[in-house]
Design a protein around this ligand. Sequence first.
Ligand code: NG6
Ligand code: CA
Length: 510
Amino acid sequence: MRLNKYLLPLSSLAVLGCTNVQKQMPNIVLIVADDLGLGDVSCYGSRTILTPHIDSLADAGVRFQNCYATSATSTPSRFAMFTGMYPWRNPDAKILAGDAPLLIDPSMPTLPKMMQQQGYATAAIGKWHLGMGYGKLDWNKEIVPSGNTVGFDYTNLIPATVDRVPTVYVENGMVEGLDPSDPLLVDYEKNFEGEPTALTNPELMTMPWLHGHQGTIVDGVPRIGYMKGGHSARWNDKTMADYFLSKVNSFIDSNKDNPFFLYYGLHEPHVPRVPAERFSGVSGLGCRGDAVVEADWCVGQVVEKLRSLDLLENTMIIITSDNGAVLQDGYDDSAEEIAIAAGHDPDNGLRGGKYSLYDGGTHIPFIVYWKGHIEPAVSEAYFCQMDLYATLGEITGGKVAEGLDSESYPDVLLGKALTGGRPSQILEAQGRLAYREGSYVLIPAYDGANYNSTGNELGCNGYDSLWDLKSDPAQTLPVEDKDRLESMKATFLSTVGSLYSSDTAVDPLE
Ligand code: NG6
Ligand code: CA
């Protein structure tokens, strides 16, 4: 089976992909952390950070050893998860600014729309990073289209990332808590006169920046981009986890008697890492470790909520991360120094991390828990987050659109098959593509710097390299197998066509 199968309609893929599954309609809670690596989670072997809440779901559920995001950064990875389509098919699916327009065309089929059609109440709460509105946004009016347009009945979102303006919550397309007499203005090109930035007022900073974060200072943290006004609506980093959790709890309360699909985008441990005071110092690994502990606590709170409403046996909980881990990501928060001193490896020995075509970029934690329906297991099966769309469609009886890249593997997701799964995948990192087939990965030749400005390895080697993740998971030495390399390259090129060019350089940091 080669990549040309992506050209087949999905109906054929469904036939190829799996067995007959009896329709079931559990609630689905999809929790996606931001930059959480395999080595950050103790059930994956971390001895330096303890994540007891995630671990207890892994102990009683299926823990995937071989699950991948499509991409090594957030926007493309989330785009694929919700649309079931490879992000590189959409040239705009790159790390988005906070004022970027909605990336998902409202006419596109999406996972949440499919769930809606199945009678599920749907919500997106937390990190979004898929754009909002059209053209130049007026943040003081209702933003249309928004997450609500692409399948979520309720949305309460960070427009982009915690380090990008505007630092406000957007609930169902409206900036929450905005005072009309203090309108919110946003610009990614130039500052508003007199507004404090890292360059004009460094004395206001409690979190110094190293790269890229020299814009407006909010809460002592300099962000990417500029904003003015909207003071009453500005979030407080330290209460963000509690804020989103309260929205999650309300959504679950309101939908306890009907099926619901909840996407909960945890903002941790993405920069800036500013957890609640009560988590400060708890990990012994600095603010990044504390943020991981806070994220784990949030997972525990969701489980407690479901337990208190007696919903656990009727709810599938999926925990994952949008891309691999990163330590140094543009702030002077000592995450790297502290991790090195403590022997904390957030990538669990994998090469590269966030931003990278190496395995650490897209190889992510993935745990599926469904009380009473899933046997505890560790799965070696290959699964991609993008496959959730087709797979959840098959499980719930939802109508999956034709022609998607998403493939259906219900037995894999439910832990009935612990091997098998997806035969191949195109991986994406900063607009560059690689090709995985079985345990082999082809990283085509890319020119340009192999490290970005924050020192993270990208996978630009200047030559075609082949790696065998089975015999060499840390990608220490390329495999010398010219025939395999040539055959994989031919398949890769016939799939991605002109989208591959060795001088592709789209790293916004460069
Ligand atoms: C980068 C930012 C990084 C992070 C990333 C997006 C700098 C130096 N780096 O441009 O801090 O915001 O974009 O991360 O500015 S993601 O997880 O949402 O993809
Ligand atoms: Ca991320």
